[in-house]
Design a protein around this ligand. Structure first.
Ligand code: HEM
Length: 404
C-alpha cells in the first residue's frame, strides 16, 4: 500500500466506494499573465468567493427578504428592464452597478458568437445537454453542492432553471437590451451567493466536503471548462468529420464565455484570454479532479432518466452509450452506466457519417441518420420546452438547503 500514491489510493478507493474522494485541488500555479487582466500574479481562486455579492445576499436571507425579492424579479427579465422599485436599497445599488456588461465586452464578437451558436445549435444541444450535463456529476464539489442544496431534491425543476441559463445565452440578442442573459446571469450570481450562505449550515453537506464555503472562483472556472472548453474541444475534434469553424468563430465563442464568467463574479485575473490558456487551465484544474461520488452517481441517473422520460426515439442503452462516447468509458464506469455494445457500434460508425452528411461532405444519407436526428431533435425539444415545462422557468434565489 505504501507504494501507491495518495491520488491513486483515493481514486481506487473512491471507485470501490471505500473512502471519501478528495475535493482538494493542488495549489494554484496558473499565471494571470494569460488572463483577461494580463497581470502576472498568482492568486489562489479556490479561496476567492464573491465579496461584492456574498454579504449582501447573506443579509437578505437573514432578514427574510428573499421571497419578496424573488417576487419582484418576476418583472426583471430582460437586460433592458428597469430595476424593480421597492427592492432593498442595497440590492438596488448592487444591480445598478453589476447588472451590465464589462467595459471590455466586444459587441461584434458577441454577435458573431450568437450566429455561431445558431449554426452549431444541434451539436450544442447534444454537447451541453448530454456531455457537460453528465460531466457535472463527476465534479465532486459541484455534485455534492447541487445534491445538498434546495434544488437537489427536485432535479426536474433544477434542470429547467439551468436550461433557462443556456436558453438565454444563445439568442442573437442575448447580450442586448431585448435579450435576457445579463439579468439571468446576475440572478445566478445572487443564487450562488445564497448557496454560499446556506450550505455551510447543512450538517449533511459539511459531512462530505473539505472546503468551508462552496462555489469559489476556482470552482466556477472548473464548471466553465466542463461547458465552454469541453464543447470547444469536441467541435474542433469533429472538424475531421467536416464541421467548419473559423478562427474568428472560435475566438467569438471564447469571448462569449469570458463575458459569462465575468457576469458570474469571476475575477478578470482568472479568466483565460485565449483558448490555449483555457486548455492549460482546464488540464490543470478540471481533469485531475474528476471523480465519482455517491451524490454524483445518483444525480447522473436522475438526469439521464429525465431525458429518457421524453420519447427520443431511441433506447435507454443507446442514450447511456452516447454519454460514454461523448465523455469516456472511464467516466461511464464511474457512473455505472450500463453497457450496450450494439448501440456503441452504431454510434462509433454512424456519428461521423451523420456529421459528414449534415455538413454536406457526403451526398449519401447514412442508414442511421434518422435515428441520430430524432435523438438530437428530442434533446432540443426537451431543452426548448425548458425541461418539459412550456414556460421560461425563472431562476429564483433559494432560501433553504435540501429538505430532510
Ligand atoms: C444554481 C449556472 C457554477 C452550484 C445555478 C443556476 C444556474 C447556474 C443557471 C440557477 C438555477 C438553479 O437554481 O438551478 C452555473 C454556471 C456555472 C456554475 C453557468 C459556471 C460556469 C457552479 C459551481 C457550483 C454550482 C462551480 C458548485 C461547485 C450551484 C448550486 C445552485 C446553482 C448549488 C443552486 C441550486 C438550488 O437552487 O438549490 N447555477 N453554475 N454552480 N449552482 Fe451553479
Amino acid at each position: 500500500m505504501e507504494n501507491l500514491s495518495r491520488r491513486s489510493v483515493l481514486t481506487l478507493g473512491a471507485a470501490l466506494g471505500l473512502v471519501a474522494v478528495t475535493e482538494t485541488p493542488k495549489a494554484w500555479a496558473w499565471s494571470s499573465a494569460n488572463s483577461i487582466a494580463g497581470t502576472n500574479t498568482v492568486t489562489d481562486p479556490w479561496d476567492v468567493w464573491d465579496d461584492d455579492t456574498d454579504p449582501l445576499v447573506a443579509a437578505l436571507l437573514d432578514n427574510g427578504q428573499v421571497p419578496a425579492v424573488n417576487a419582484a424579479f418576476n418583472s426583471f427579465i430582460r437586460n433592458g428592464d428597469p430595476v424593480p422599485s421597492g427592492l432593498p436599497p442595497a440590492l438596488t445599488t448592487y444591480l445598478n452597478r453589476f447588472n451590465k456588461l464589462p467595459s471590455w465586452a466586444d459587441q461584434a464578437k458577441l454577435d458573431r458568437a450568437a450566429q455561431f451558436n445558431k449554426r452549431m445549435s444541434m451539436y450544442l444541444f447534444l454537447l451541453y445537454g448530454l456531455g457537460s450535463g453528465i460531466m457535472s456529476t463527476v465534479i465532486p464539489r459541484e455534485a455534492r453542492n447541487v445534491y445538498w442544496s434546495e434544488g437537489g431534491a427536485d432535479m426536474k425543476a433544477r434542470a429547467a432553471k439551468t436550461f433557462t441559463y443556456g436558453y438565454d445565452m444563445n439568442p442573437v440578442d442575448a447580450f442586448k437590451p431585448t435579450g435576457k442573459f445579463i439579468t439571468t446571469s446576475t440572478k445566478t450570481r445572487l443564487t450562488h451567493a445564497a448557496v454560499r450562505h446556506l450550505l455551510p449550515q447543512s450538517a449533511a453537506w459539511r459531512g462530505v466536503t473539505d472546503h468551508p464555503i462552496p462555489i469559489s472562483n476556482g470552482d466556477i472556472l472548473i464548471t466553465f471548462h466542463s461547458l465552454g472548453t469541453y464543447v470547444h474541444r469536441k467541435l474542433v475534434e469533429w472538424r475531421r468529420y467536416g464541421l467548419r469553424i473559423s478562427a474568428a468563430e472560435e475566438e467569438a465563442y471564447l469571448h462569449m464565455w469570458q463575458v459569462a464568467l465575468h457576469l458570474l463574479g469571476v475575477r478578470d485575473e482568472f479568466i483565460p484570454a485565449t483558448w490555449a490558456a483555457a486548455y492549460e487551465q482546464s488540464e490543470y484544474a478540471l481533469t485531475p479532479l474528476l471523480a465519482p461520488t455517491r451524490e454524483g452517481i445518483d444525480l447522473a441517473d436522475i438526469l439521464l432518466n429525465l431525458t429518457s422520460s421524453v420519447d427520443l426515439g431511441i433506447t435507454k442503452g443507446f442514450q447511456r452509450e452516447f454519454a460514454r462516447y461523448l465523455l469516456s468509458d472511464e467516466i461511464g464506469n464511474w457512473l455505472k452506466l450500463p453497457r450496450d455494445f450494439i448501440s456503441r457500434g452504431v454510434i462509433e460508425a454512424g456519428w461521423p457519417t451523420y456529421i459528414m452528411f449534415r455538413e454536406g461532405l457526403s451526398p449519401i444519407m447514412p442508414d442511421t441518420f434518422s435515428m441520430f436526428d430524432r435523438f438530437i431533435r428530442g434533446l432540443a425539444m426537451l431543452f426548448l420546452n425548458n425541461g418539459t415545462s412550456p414556460s421560461h422557468t425563472p431562476i429564483t434565489i433559494p432560501t433553504q438547503n435540501r429538505p430532510g
